[in-house]
Write a protein that binds this ligand. Sequence first.
Ligand SMILES: [Zn+2]
Length: 186
Amino acid sequence: MTHNPANMVLPRSGIGIDVHAFAPEDDPQPLWLGGLFWEGEQGLSGHSDGDCVAHAAADALFSACGIGDLGTHFGTDRPEFAGASGVKLLGEAARIVRAAGFEIGNVAVQFVANRPKFGPRREESQRVLSDAAGAPVSVTATTSDGLGFTGRGEGISAVATALVYPLAGHEAAASGPGPAKGAPHG
Ligand SMILES: [Zn+2]
């Protein structure tokens, strides 16, 4: 049985997953991951910069608010975001979330990949993403012990969770989740 006194603001959690394949050798791309450019590393394919860490973070924010996903907000009706950087998308996602009546508690992202070696640049990545979101974004990295597409070096996957707080008295946040229409994105 749930009990929620009227003066209690409950946080909402969200989840987001994003995957991008490495670009083929005959069409190499620069690697953008966690809001950073990784010189000399094999890049990811996609219509955007393929930054699955930033994309998963943005998706988790939308999920937490119940206002759809990346495809909902950056689909074909927002052509100005076609090919936008992951950092730009995350910044716009945070703006949309706040406009919908939520404040962001934090976002946590973990990506699965053999490369790049993330530890030395973790702080830098977290700073760039936190600046974009206007809230703490933490990033961790792991491998899949050689298993699956990440283990075979075919791509990178990222999963994110987000915590948001509905702002008191804000109608949009109080009205609950809106319609979610999933759509693929680049
Ligand atoms: Zn993506």
